[in-house]
Design a protein around this ligand. Structure first.
Ligand SMILES: Nc1ncnc2c1ncn2[C@@H]1O[C@H](COP(=O)(O)OP(=O)(O)OP(=O)(O)O)[C@@H](O)[C@H]1O
Ligand SMILES: [Mg+2]
Length: 241
């Protein structure tokens, strides 16, 4: 099954063309990378898939729903069936870790306080954080812990599709590699599909099943590491070497 299909996507800001007829898809249970230089249009692509930005032409089918033609009710359902970890963690600083992770559960479910409590601890455990972390505020956490809490919150509603924008940026090398392992274990354990924008070359090598490279408004490459190395050494060196 395909969790994302992007068909003939073109994006323009004023007169400036950013994406020129892009086509790609993401398979279920795959970690798919979006790579490219600064300003290549990676974040815009991510925002479009999340229905936060629009493209000028083309279609996105996300988890079987066409973003352009779906109803309000389908849009609401879709927003609850994916998770997002934005670049800067984006935890609510006045809320504790517990409250941050509980937020989507309180907003979108009718679960009892007790069930929410159990679920929050389960989600924290899933991302490798122990119970004592629950009462801390985001300012008391390391960068790596903030990312873990952000993932716990993004997966609170049992999402099967997770979007990550530069998840290891700002983390030290050790925390970044721990994060790669977490991502891989979640993929295996929860049958997750992930779409990740990243500049981190180790992270690319460790985690990505397939990826696309945006260059000069087009997809310069789409496939896996071996295929890129075999077909375009120069591009490999530029983005992953
Ligand atoms: N709302 C907007 N209005 C006008 N131009 C925009 C808007 N959003 C993005 N752009 C332009 O679109 C291009 C792509 O931006 P985008 O943020 O997707 O780049 P990126 O690949 O994520 O870069 P980086 O690696 O630096 O994060 C840039 O030239 C940017 O200036
Ligand atoms: Mg960006």
């Amino acid at each position: 099954m395909k969790v994302v299909e992007a068909i003939n996507i073109s994006t323009k800001f004023e007169d400036k063309l950013i994406h020129d007829k892009l086509n790609f898809f993401v398979n279920e249970n795959e970690i798919f990378g979006i790579l490219g230089g600064s300003g290549a249009g990676k974040s815009v692509l991510l925002r479009q898939m999340l229905a936060l930005d629009e493209c000028q032409s083309g279609e996105y089918i996300i988890l079987g729903k066409n973003l352009r033609t779906m109803s309000e009710a389908e849009a609401l359902e879709l927003r609850q069936s994916w998770g997002v970890v934005f670049q800067f963690g984006a935890l609510f600083s006045f809320f504790t870790v517990f409250e941050n992770v509980a937020l989507p559960l309180k907003e979108y479910t009718k679960l009892s306080e007790l069930s929410i409590k159990e679920l929050v601890y389960m989600k924290l455990n899933m991302v490798g954080l122990d119970e004592n972390v629950a009462k801390l505020y985001p300012s008391e956490l390391s960068g790596g812990m903030v990312k873990r809490v952000a993932i716990a919150r993004a997966l609170a509603l049992d999402s099967k599709l997770l979007f990550l924008d530069e998840p290891t940026s700002g983390l030290d090398p050790k925390s970044s590699r721990d994060f790669d392992e977490l991502v891989l274990s979640l993929k295996e354990g929860l049958n997750l599909s992930m779409i990740m924008v990243t500049h981190d070359k180790d992270s690319m090598r460790n985690t990505l099943d397939r990826f696309l490279i945006l260059k000069d408004k087009k997809i310069a490459f789409i496939g896996n590491h071996e295929e890129l190395l075999a077909t375009n050494k120069a591009l490999y060196e530029q983005f992953m070497g």
